[in-house]
Design a protein around this ligand. Structure first.
Ligand code: GLC
Length: 595
């Protein structure tokens, strides 16, 4: 090599070195995402309920600037995407699920500039932002509805209007017996238009008429508006309610054996005419086609169908006709109401019911809680918090975390006087506690200062849980072992390929034990998750009746914070035929399968 070549070579090597350093730093700061894998197959999605997350402009209600200011928290805990419950202009009759302008921000949350700042900040840190999309209904304060009431063209048929069936002493009688999800008739009389309008939810949430092509176009326009802004996808609200049969002069049948005698209660009827109508899938397909014009976007849809997997799975579509990326998997909510229902068998059937029924090539997901259901720690037991996070984060598929689940937040008791949720309010002081969704919507518990560090205002929209002094993010960051540290370990662990693409087996299932292994042919390390579903201390023999060939021992990687024994300190090697576990505990082992 002559001198010149030598200098050029040195320069070239320096250049390669600098590029490598930049790549390594970038990856460390923003995370690496394989462009061929959609982000939602790798990242944990975290539901933020904006009213309750963080109150930056202190008025007792959370806001967008508050969420922006917490961006680093998500990086720290290993979450890759946030889903924002509605932040659009709204009279807040159903706390934002009643939208008066689908393409603007409600002043209580901030401005469009605040939203743009949030999106830039999150994207700048490599985090995705998913919006709530509420197509089934608008607010009665939306311009469309106001014009529809007046029969102003082209809005006349934007909603579902019907003449009365008859008049009962000058009182108009609704065209049928259909009920609102929130109780009572689903029809409200408009004195001005002299017709009834239909609402699956509140009378302040009139249902849009998806049989009108203009309405379909409006909704596509709204999706496009947010996609053009750069959002990363949508959570589609109340999708199964999108269509009702066209001829409204038909009653729904009474749900026999429902045990519900209250004729005004939604559960009293069998909803054969108002949910999951075939037309819904045509509209969903159009949304899919639009979203697919953009790259790497998510569409997850909300459909509550209990154990009716046949209906649920239709929302996935299939390989040649893809629809939603996934309908939410609510089996851990709808199938497991309380601790008594929780056994090794019931957990396994909840898991396999989804996995075994999914259309081929589709992707699972796991939901433990949300703003419509009691918090998982309160439903199933606070001792199970870590174990359930192990399941949701280490089972195959996307994990969806409801805010506060990472620190084990619990429901907050709320008096009738303080109750805000319209669903709770409509059931009255005797029954509100059974239906109110306020307990799971209280402010995020950041620290032990007043109002849990959520606000510096003099009050909060819902009371803060009294347990905030000890149960908060700061205390859990300061502790060596906490729900938060367990959560962080799990979000790190799930980055391993074996959790994204590996298979699953269930070595040992009993009344009290649920266990699963994640494995792949090409890896020498498998991972085993074991959960003691009972409230008692147990010694578990994972080899007994094992349907999967397990090694003699496993190394503890993560354990529930309730376990303080010396034998299971992370890093310890434990004999798998006698694993001591406290009630509700979860343990994650790495298994060396080469020996
Ligand atoms: C969805 C939302 C719920 C809301 C309802 C009506 O189920 O999750 O909070 O009340 O739709 O929009």
């Amino acid at each position: 090599m002559n001198l010149k070549t030598c200098q050029l070579f040195t320069l070239f090597m320096l250049f390669v070195g600098v590029v490598a350093v930049i790549v390594v730093c970038w990856t460390a700061m923003y995370g690496y995402q394989d462009p061929s894998v959609p982000f939602w197959k790798e990242e944990v999605i975290y539901q933020v309920y904006p009213r309750s997350y963080y109150d930056f402009h202190p008025d007792g209600l959370g806001d967008l600037k508050g969420i922006t200011s917490k961006v680093d928290y998500f990086k720290e805990i290993g979450v890759g995407a946030i889903w924002l419950s509605p932040i659009y202009t709204s009279p807040m009759a159903d706390f934002g699920y009643d939208i008066a302008n689908f393409t603007d921000i409600d002043p209580i949350f901030g401005t469009m500039e605040d939203f743009d700042e949030l999106l830039d900040t999150y994207h700048g840190k490599g985090l995705k932002v998913i919006m709530d999309f509420v197509p089934n209904h608008s607010s009665d304060e939306h311009e469309w509805f106001k014009k529809s009431v007046k029969k102003e063209y082209p809005f006349t048929d934007y909603y579902i209007w019907s003449d009365p069936l008859s008049f009962n002493k000058s009182e108009p009688v609704p065209p049928n017996n259909w009920l609102s999800v929130f109780r009572g008739s689903a029809w409200t009389w408009s004195e001005e238009r002299k017709q009834f309008y239909f609402h699956q939810f509140l009378d302040k949430q009139p249902d849009l008429n998806f049989r009108n092509p203009d309405v379909q176009e409006e909704m596509l326009g709204i999706l496009k508006f947010w996609l053009d802004k750069g959002v990363d996808g949508f959570r589609v609200d109340a999708l199964k309610h999108l269509f009702e049969v066209e001829d409204v002069h038909q009653d729904e049948p009474v749900a026999k054996d429902s045990g519900i005698d209250d004729k005004m209660d939604y559960g009293y009827l069998n909803h054969t005419l108002t949910v999951n109508q075939p037309e819904t899938f045509g509209v969903l397909r159009k949304w899919r086609e639009l979203i697919d014009l953009y790259s790497d976007k998510l569409m997850m849809v909300e459909v509550y169908e209990g154990q009716d997997l046949g209906t649920l799975m239709k929302y996935y579509g299939n390989e040649t006709d893809p629809l939603a990326d996934f309908p939410f998997n609510f089996l851990m909510i709808e199938g497991l109401h309380n601790r008594t229902e929780l056994t090794g068998f019931s957990l396994k059937s909840a898991v396999t019911l989804w996995l075994d029924n999914m259309p081929s090539g589709k992707w699972p997901n796991w939901v433990l809680g949300n703003h419509d259901n009691h918090r998982v720690g309160s439903r199933l037991g606070s001792d199970l918090v870590d174990a359930l996070n192990m399941m949701s984060l280490l089972l195959p598929g996307t994990a969806i975390t409801y805010y506060g689940e990472e620190i084990g937040m619990e429901d907050t008791w709320i008096s009738w006087e303080d109750t805000k949720d319209p669903q709770g309010c409509r059931y009255g002081p005797e029954r509100y506690a059974e239906y109110s969704r306020d307990p799971e919507r209280t402010p995020m518990q950041w620290d032990n200062t007043s109002f849990a560090g959520f606000t510096t205002a003099s009050d909060t929209w819902l009371p803060v849980n009294e347990n905030y002094k000890t149960l908060n993010v700061k205390a859990q960051k300061d502790a060596t072992y906490s729900h938060l540290s367990v959560y962080q370990s799990l979000t790190q662990l799930r980055k391993l390929d074996v959790f994204t693409t590996g298979r699953i087996a269930y070595p040992s299932i009993t009344e009290d034990v649920f266990s699963f292994v994640r494995y792949a042919d090409e890896t020498a390390t498998y991972y085993l998750v074991v959960i003691n579903t009972s409230e008692e201390e147990l010694t578990v023999d994972l080899h007994h009746d094992a349907s999967f060939d397990l090694p003699k021992t496993g190394t503890v990687v993560v354990r529930s914070i309730t376990d303080t024994s010396e034998e299971t300190v992370p890093g310890s090697e434990v004999s798998l035929d006698s694993v001591k576990m406290v009630g509700g505990e979860g343990l994650v082992f790495s298994l060396n399968v080469e020996n």
